[in-house]
Design a protein around this ligand. Structure first.
Ligand SMILES: O=P(O)(O)OC[C@H]1O[C@H](OP(=O)(O)OP(=O)(O)O)[C@H](O)[C@@H]1O
Ligand SMILES: O=c1cc[nH]c(=O)[nH]1
Ligand SMILES: [Mg+2]
Length: 209
């Protein structure tokens, strides 16, 4: 499985803001948006383009357009903080939504929303979720996407745990990962260490489900 770590000083600075427990909600959301921009930029590096002629005020030039803009799939709640910026970077992109909440004790995802196009055959998909911890939430999302025929999936995650990456690798799903960091490990509560805490709560406050 391909895992690409965005190694750039600007990404490192935004990630530091996200990690900092002193960053308030507004600061956290803003750093997440900016880092998402960098992850999307890197994830689109090898995207296929079509060439066409564009008329400048002076002459004809070779222009480019995306051959297959991806479907953006934020995983609620935390992934919501990434979708606006990703849409801004790829205005041609459509979006689908999945929602799930990890159970505090079992750490298993509990799905509560699935709003996706029926047929994803031939469509690249970008899953947006800041955190890949045990991998349970992403594996559930991948199952939904694969069931609809997706074969070209990229997960954009701000921070990954080695445990989650291993689970993805072993799953055999057609997925690659673009991330800003691979952290050390999970703690007993299945939180990423050092991580950045609960990415959903840090953007929106506590949730009741
Ligand atoms: O890899 P995993 O062990 O499955 O953990 C990662 C998931 O946990 C977080 O969501 P959470 O369940 O906290 O929901 P939230 O976005 O509503 O806070 C995060 O945004 C991922 O979706
Ligand atoms: O560290 C973690 C693990 C799961 N979900 C989060 O938001 N943070
Ligand atoms: Mg959360």
């Amino acid at each position: 499985m391909e895992t690409r770590v965005v190694d750039h000083p600007l990404a490192a600075v935004r990630l530091t803001t996200l990690r900092d427990a002193g960053s308030d909600r507004a600061v956290f959301r803003s750093a997440l948006r900016e880092l998402t921009q960098m992850l999307v930029y890197e994830a689109m590096r090898d995207a296929a383009t079509e060439v066409f002629d564009v008329q400048t005020p002076v002459a004809t030039a070779r222009g480019s357009r995306l051959a297959a803009p991806p479907l953006l799939v934020p995983v609620l709640r935390a992934g919501l903080g990434m979708v606006d910026q990703a849409s801004m970077m790829i205005p041609e992109a459509q979006a689908g939504f999945v929602g799930m909440a990890r159970d505090e004790h079992s750490h298993e995802p509990r799905p509560y929303l699935e709003a996706l196009p029926k047929d994803l055959g031939g469509l690249p998909v970008f899953v947006l979720d800041p955190m890949l911890a045990t991998g349970g939430s992403l594996l559930h999302t991948l199952a939904l996407l694969a069931h609809r025929g997706a074969t070209d999936i990229t997960a954009l995650c701000v921070v990954c745990a080695p445990e989650g990456l291993r689970a993805l690798e072993e799953s055999g799903y057609p997925v690659r990962v673009v991330t800003a960091a691979i952290d050390d490990r999970l703690n007993d509560d299945a939180f990423i260490v050092p991580g950045l805490g609960d990415a959903g709560d840090r953007q929106f406050g506590p949730r009741n489900i």
